[in-house]
Design a protein around this ligand. Structure first.
Ligand SMILES: [Zn+2]
Length: 204
């Protein structure tokens, strides 16, 4: 693998200039393609003609992966207070000593399970319908804000499920909280509870 230095040249195809161009390596702040996050001060090949970063040398890959991991994002929703109560009860049921921050682990766990399950979308749509029945939203109902910082991988799980269910983030959270209500509070299976308690034990 050739290690490039800033100021060295290479050749690459520039999509903006629509031709092969000479590039110059330079350190730049590069936003991720999906717009979520930025990798700072990484070595990239810049088009000599239009000055855009068009080439990523192999040596930059680890730095990009690190930046990707560090770029945490917030999942936010304004939920009827009952949902937050359910979540807090579930946390308490799993581990009396867990902090409220364990909510984040619990939601992430269920979202990830649904995201990797082929029937996850269908399950969540069903759960959403039941949630709406169980917690009807009258005008003036008390609401509480749920905000959690999560790594991009988790955001990707959310996006994938939002795409497959056509639910928005708030609706998806309602659906997941209802699922937690059923699986942790109403009808807890020993095996799942064991798994969640193990998760709580390693969650600092
Ligand atoms: Zn160009």
């Amino acid at each position: 693998m050739k290690i490039f230095e800033a100021g060295e040249h290479s050749k690459a195809y520039c999509r903006d200039c629509r031709k092969m161009v000479r590039t110059t390596f330079a350190r730049r702040d590069v936003p991720f393609k999906d717009g979520r996050g930025i990798a700072r001060n990484v070595l990239v090949g810049v088009c000599d003609e239009c000055d855009r970063a068009i080439e990523v040398p192999p040596q930059t890959t680890p730095a990009l992966a690190r930046a990707r991991k560090a770029a945490t994002q917030a999942i936010e929703a304004n939920l009827p207070a009952s949902y937050i109560d359910v979540l807090d009860c579930a946390v308490l049921r799993i581990d009396g000593q867990a902090s409220t921050d364990f909510r984040r682990a619990l939601l992430t766990y269920f979202v990830h399970k649904a995201a990797i399950d082929a029937r996850g979308g269908t399950l969540l749509l069903m759960s959403y319908r039941k949630a709406i029945e169980r917690f009807p939203e009258e005008r003036g109902i008390a609401r509480r804000r749920l905000s959690m910082k999560v790594p991009p991988r988790v955001t990707e799980d959310f996006r994938r499920l939002e795409d497959s269910t056509a639910l928005n983030t708030t609706e998806l959270l309602k659906s997941v909280v209802f699922l937690i209500q059923v699986r942790v509070l109403d009808d807890p299976r020993p095996r799942l509870m064991e798994e969640l308690r193990a998760l709580s034990a390693i969650w600092a």
